[in-house]
Design a protein around this ligand. Structure first.
Ligand code: 4NP
Length: 144
């Protein structure tokens, strides 16, 4: 059973920390024993908390992300996690180039016919990103 899960996006301040917080909260409700972390392929925001508008959207749905801090993915993550989950094809390509096998989060989507998690840093649709992440998290946890 994959119980150490790493979520990866580009900046680690919008999508992957949200996936981390949402999946952790849902796993707790299900009493599912998982260790969850998140990281970015880029190092621009290392040490920073999640982006305020993303935190606000998550907090409105009961997810507290305020204690999370961004970090950059490293090759050692290949050994530290059972499952590495990317938000889009660019993340997937960057991870593969580092030798990290990964899957797309949207592969687990239950109700959303989408092939990637659009980046709300650019789309500004923070509520939409959160809803998609909740759906993918439900699907992922149903496989564990
Ligand atoms: P994320 O979104 O990959 O979902 O964290 C981004 C956040 C910041 C930037 C790009 C994407 N940025 O260019 O600073």
């Amino acid at each position: 059973m994959p119980h150490r899960i790493l979520f990866v996006c580009l900046g680690n301040i919008c999508r992957s920390p949200t996936a981390e917080a949402v999946t952790r909260a849902k796993a707790q409700v299900l009493r599912c024993d998982v260790q969850i972390d998140s990281a970015g392929t880029a190092g621009w925001h290392i040490g920073k908390p999640p982006y305020d508008p993303m935190q606000d959207a998550a907090a409105a749905k009961g997810y507290d992300m305020s204690n999370l801090r961004a970090r950059q993915v490293t090759p050692a993550d290949a050994h530290a996690f059972d499952l590495i989950i990317a938000m889009d094809d660019e993340n997937l390509r960057d991870l593969k180039a580092m030798g990290l096998p990964a899957r797309l989060f949207t592969d687990y989507a239950l109700n959303s016919g989408v092939t990637y998690v659009p980046d709300p840093y650019y789309t500004r649709d923070f509520d939409g990103a959160l809803a998609l992440i909740e759906d993918c998290a439900d699907g992922l946890l149903s496989t564990l």
